[in-house]
Design a protein around this ligand. Structure first.
Ligand SMILES: [Zn+2]
Length: 177
């Protein structure tokens, strides 16, 4: 999806400002990023929902200050989903009921970019890359899916074509799971 670079930068800088504010109150962050604590610091309670469809990931109610997460999803997917909902809050996106299909698509893409920076802050990733360049090990350290970590590393321009082709072969470049 082609969107203005400015919007992408805004998504990343919004995540970075949020993390800086959190750190100034709670101390320096180390991986894995404490996503539930980030939510409660923002005043939101995370609730785990079991009576939802399998393809349901998460929702946020800004009025009730609740983030609902599918309790049956893998923990790493839940962590990304919590950050995705935090991103909608931080980016001041309107509720989906007031959006067109196209707007929902754009806002979800923005929330994913912001969420990736919350869950895998560029600053911390770069520090860890000095210790290991193995995406699977980095995924373990940050407690994120291998897909999410690989995508983040590619967005940082880390992988050349050869490594990327290898990873495609390993089927870790699919959609977020
Ligand atoms: Zn969303």
């Amino acid at each position: 999806m082609n969107r203005p670079k400015k919007r992408t930068e805004l998504c990343v800088s919004t995540a970075q400002k949020f993390l800086e504010a959190y750190e100034s109150h709670k101390g320096a962050l180390v991986p894995p990023i404490p996503v539930v604590d980030l939510a409660s610091w923002l005043g939101f309670q995370v609730v785990y929902l079991s009576l939802v469809e399998d393809d349901f990931s998460a929702l946020v109610s800004t009025r009730e200050k609740l983030i609902g997460i599918n309790s049956r999803h893998h923990r790493r997917r839940q962590r990304f989903s919590i950050c995705h909902e935090l991103a909608h809050i931080l980016l001041h996106h309107p509720p989906e009921s007031r959006c067109s299909v196209r707007e929902i698509e754009v806002y979800n893409a923005e929330a994913d970019e912001c969420a990736a920076e919350i869950l895998m802050p560029t600053r911390l990733i770069k520090r860890w890359l000095e210790q290991t360049q193995n995406p699977f090990e980095l995924a373990r350290v940050f407690d994120v899916s291998e897909q999410a970590m690989t995508r983040k590393l590619i967005s940082l321009g880390f992988f050349g074509g050869l490594v990327r082709d290898t990873l495609v072969g390993w089927d870790v470049l699919g959609n977020e799971t």
